[in-house]
Design a protein around this ligand. Structure first.
Ligand code: DAH
Length: 331
């Protein structure tokens, strides 16, 4: 065995001497040191060596191999500038005109969503996703809006054929994620969910059948309207990058009590409604699997589309889904 090790060593060194290019060194590495390489094969014979000298032979094999690997690596490094020279030799025609590629940009809606997400995560809110085709249960029922409730009328939407089973709808708001989140994560809880919502509402150029909302929910102990106002104020100022006045007006939403309409002040338009908010209704907390005597919380939902239109003074909502490059390139 010792002899075989010596032979293999000499054979390798001889081959290495004659090598004149990097690829041949790589091939040699493969030949000797890979899984099926000659050294690997040789090491399998160790088991046939007599017990008393096996440790010595093993150590020899190891040392020889390590030294040779270093020699081979050293040889390879002498070809280090192979690439450099081949680039220098290449002939590049710098006079050929390059194609006129136009770089795209991120849609302003995505940018605003990202900013909102950042602002919320800085306040410890996790971002969740919810399904855009939502069950009647999460979209309405669990939010204290049973099938007979008149508040459903203001959120007409597409109903998805469910063959007589529990109906599914194109979600009319992001509020359905509230109950899903409580069921999944329990309390205390801070979460936001944003995304597309759908309504039979394309009545003028400021309303579309599809738009974006962001929903927030905080559930904990001893939570009050003051926490809600503080959170919203911080958020709106972050998005607009200046102090923006907001106000709450009494408003009715079945899933909060008390409930508010949320307005922000715009220099051009005065007070503009941007969403709804309130203290989460005990029925909703119960639907989320929590005890309303133990936990309270606030919730709010805002039209991100509306926020975006106000921020950039966009008057026609359809531009946002138009993919018109003249419009999009302005951002
Ligand atoms: N989901 C309501 C809408 O789309 C907005 C809303 C109001 C969300 C009050 C809330 C809330 O979370 O507490 O009109």
């Amino acid at each position: 065995m010792q002899e075989k090790i010596q032979q293999l060593k000499e054979q390798l060194l001889q081959e290495l001497e004659q090598i004149k290019e990097a690829q041949a060194v790589i091939d040699l590495q493969e030949k000797y040191f890979s899984k099926k390489g000659l050294f690997t094969t040789l090491s399998k014979d160790l088991k046939d060596v007599a017990d008393d000298i096996r440790p010595k032979v093993g150590a020899l094999l190891h040392d020889v191999k390590t030294q040779l690997q270093a020699d081979v690596a050293q040889k390879l490094s002498t070809y280090g500038d192979v690439l450099k020279t081949s680039f220098q030799d290449a002939w590049i025609d710098t006079s050929i005109a390059t194609p006129d590629y136009k770089l795209g940009n991120i849609h302003p809606m995505s940018v605003m969503m990202q900013e909102l997400e950042d602002a919320f995560s800085a306040m410890g809110f996790m971002t969740l996703d919810g399904p855009e085709i939502e069950s009647d249960y999460y979209n309405f029922e669990a939010l204290n809006m049973p099938s007979w409730h008149p508040a459903r009328d203001s959120q007409d939407t597409f109903y998805v054929d469910s063959k007589g089973k529990c109906p599914w709808v194109m979600r009319t708001h992001t509020s359905g994620v509230q109950v899903r989140a409580m069921q999944k994560y329990g309390a205390p809880l801070r979460m936001v969910a944003h995304g597309r919502v759908y309504r039979n509402e394309a009545t003028d150029i400021t309303h579309d059948h599809t738009f974006h909302q962001i929903e927030g929910l905080l559930i904990d102990k001893n939570i009050s309207v003051a926490h809600l106002i503080g959170t919203l104020q911080e958020l709106i100022s972050t998005v607009y990058k200046k102090d923006v006045k907001i106000r709450l007006r009494p408003g009715y939403f079945p899933f909060v009590e008390p409930g508010f309409e949320l307005d922000m002040y715009s220099d051009e338009l005065g007070w503009v409604e941007i969403g709804g908010a309130g203290m989460v209704h005990p029925h909703v907390i119960t639907a989320g699997g929590l005890d309303p005597n133990e936990y309270q919380g606030f919730a709010f939902g805002m039209g991100v589309t509306r926020l975006l239109m106000l921020k950039y003074k966009i008057s026609d909502i359809r531009l946002l889904s138009s993919a018109d490059i003249r419009f999009l390139q302005q951002f």
